[in-house]
Design a protein around this ligand. Sequence first.
Ligand SMILES: [Fe+2]
Length: 292
Amino acid sequence: MSEVRSLGYVVVSTGDLDAWEAFATGLLGLQVSERTADRLLLRNDRYWCRLRVELGSAEGVTALGWEVEGPVGLDAISRRLEAAGYDVARHDSASAGERGVMGLISFTDPDGLGVEVFYGQKADKRRFVSPTGASFVTGEAGLGHVFQLVDDEERFRELYLGILGFKLSDYIEFGPIFGTFTHCNPRHHSYAFAAVPDRPRGIGHLMLEVDDIDIVGRAYDKVLREGAAPLAISFGRHTNDQMMSFYVNSPSGFQIEYGTGGLLIDDATWRPSRYDAPNQWGHEHQRRPVTA
Ligand SMILES: [Fe+2]
């Protein structure tokens, strides 16, 4: 079975590209690859575009880009999706090129979020230089992880664990609900989901990991002392992936988890478990219950 290898990119819609540019460069340490009147392309490693922020009427994540190893894997996933009843668009080379990839398909998940699967992400000959001196943990672990609030858990289990071939990492109990955490590379989880009543559906947060606790600490200072972004969850450490992180609200409302020290796992020895809390310490919610 062909499998997804990593989270390659995330697409965001916003009405305020200037706010996104200031947030992404000044707080997160991302570098602008390209800025036009209607889009802002951001990078955090050798690739041309990891975060694609597009001018639009909606606010939030509109699509996830998952990487496969090549055309054979892309075709196999397309056929499995179609066999399960998904309407798959196979993009031509011009459309794939606009996204900065060699091969691309897209479909919508059971809640209407865009899902793209690709291979051959465009590398940038220019050296990545973070405006804040950050160095991001990517490579085979991909861009980071996302947590999605879903309507019907069973359909997302079937899509991600069944069709796309993700493997189970573990579960976390959040009061009456359970989050399911899954992986497709050594990063503890690249995709997590939970059915949370009375919360909007969609991506709750995107996690970006740096390799230095001081980069996280200096960003935290900018939030606390300079109001660089609204704090959503205070500094703390997660139980399952051991990430030390804090959460802020992005200009589009969904959260960015910014952290370091995330667990890498090995399928040969990994055993899924169940946690009764999301945090070892810290991670105080500032306004309302959110997500891991
Ligand atoms: Fe997270």
